[in-house]
Design a protein around this ligand. Structure first.
Ligand code: HEM
Length: 394
């Protein structure tokens, strides 16, 4: 997944080469099993909504990104992300009650307050500041702790564990330990919420569990998915988008004041397409023979759908898809996935991004990156693409 250092926003050169080799190419996945890489946007979308493709990582030949994951997370393999239907939809309907328009709208004033406070703190601190720690990671962490009802004091601990879990380089033993720590932590919280419920998502999960609607493992699995999913992705989107906008000052100027909400909303869709931080691709295994793009995928074959490549497909995004264009009127990107597993938190992520980019450059018009561009520590070594640290000044 190594990127071209001169084009850190573009998918890895290897993926472009695979696209040149054909719409569907046989590869060995990083986990060591053979799989098909599907390069075209339209084929990816078709397959993501095909029930003959399974997300169950315990099936033989599932193209896991690293073999260790399968072994160490077997007990946690039955989360909303890895379950097929009918069970997937049962859990999804339950969790979706915390992601309705009404609930997200109720969170907006708190998100705005967090953004304002974090910017105040950054402005009153030393220069250069680390943008990731000061805002990009701090905001989604605050939001997910509010939503789940996780004590904010514990954020460093679960950020450290998340950092490990999203690292494909981590030895299987350490991955198992990190996962075990998070399981224990979330389990402990659920026990507390069962006995002393509050108005938060973990309390509601504890209630579903005590009512027998979900198992304790499923309730823990929900926390295990939501903690990393809720902050690592959004944090990297905020940082990557900030760099991309600073690199396109003409486009940044058009949204700097934060007044044109329609254009900001459109810019966010384009930034989601352009940055596409979940760069390891959607991964599936075929439960039956499936024909796509003239290729027969046999039952039991692994399938990898690199959405970052699909989102750069010229047939789906006319003009130059490798360019950022905040006026692009095509919002059908795959950054949140597609089909039954399409991101449950997308409305929340969009709300956070919209508030950040309606506020950040208005409050700090001179914001700039404090190191040369070629020294920005991009992280292609983690499941979520982004930046480790970003020294900024103003
Ligand atoms: C910009 C930020 C985000 C991006 C790019 C993103 C991306 C994704 C993608 C690509 C998937 C599909 C996985 C698959 O098909 O295998 C997904 C699923 C999911 N995301 Fe997000 N996500 C983001 C933010 C969030 C947030 C803020 C939350 C919750 C607080 C969240 C919760 C989930 C959940 C629960 C699923 C699983 C849904 C299911 O399997 O039915 N995500 N996300």
């Amino acid at each position: 997944m190594n990127r071209d250092p001169h084009h850190p926003f573009d998918p890895p050169p290897l993926l472009y080469r695979l696209r040149d080799a054909g719409p569907i190419v046989r590869v060995i996945s990083n986990g060591g099993t053979p799989a098909w890489i599907v390069t075209r946007y339209e084929d990816q979308r078709t397959l993501l909504s095909d029930p003959r493709l399974s997300s169950d990582q315990t099936l033989p030949n599932f193209p896991v990104a690293v073999e260790g994951i399968k072994k160490s997370q077997a007990e946690l393999s039955r989360t909303i992300i890895t379950l097929d239907n009918p069970r997937h939809d049962v859990l999804r309907r339950m969790y979706a009650r915390d992601f309705t328009i009404k609930r997200i709208t109720a969170l907006l004033p708190a998100i705005q307050r967090h953004v304002d406070n974090l910017i105040d703190d950054m402005l009153s601190g030393p220069k250069p500041a680390d943008f990731v720690a000061s805002l990009a990671l701090a905001l989604p962490t605050l939001v997910i702790t509010d939503l789940l009802g996780v004590p904010y004091e514990d954020h460093q601990m679960f950020q450290d564990i998340t950092e490990k879990i999203v690292s494909p380089e981590l030895p299987a033993q350490e991955l198992a330990e990190a996962t075990g720590e998070l399981v224990e932590y979330v389990g402990g919280l659920l026990d507390t919420k069962r006995d002393d419920p509050k108005d938060d998502m973990l309390s509601r999960l504890a209630a579903y569990w005590t009512a027998g609607e979900i198992s304790r493992a499923e309730a823990i699995g929900a926390g295990m998915v939501l903690i990393p999913a809720g902050h690592e992705t959004t944090a990297n989107m905020i940082t990557m988008s900030t760099i991309a906008l600073l690199d396109h000052p003409d486009q940044l100027d058009q949204i700097r004041s934060g007044e044109d909400q329609k254009l900001i909303a459109n810019a966010i869709e384009e930034l989601l397409r352009y940055n596409h931080v979940t760069h390891y691709g959607r991964r599936r295994v075929a439960l039956a023979d499936v024909e796509i793009g003239g290729q027969l995928i046999l039952e039991g074959d692994g399938v990898i759908l690199p959405g970052n490549l699909g989102d750069r497909d010229p047939d789906a995004f006319p003009g130059d898809p490798d360019e950022l264009d905040i006026h692009r009127q095509f919002r059908h990107h795959l950054s949140f996935g597609y089909g039954i597993h399409q991101c449950l938190g997308q409305m929340l992520a969009r709300a956070e991004l919209r508030i950040v980019f309606s506020t950040l450059f208005r409050r700090i018009p001179t914001l700039d990156i404090a190191i040369p561009r070629d020294q920005i520590p991009f992280k292609s070594d983690l499941f979520v693409y982004g930046v480790h640290r970003l020294p900024v000044t103003w």
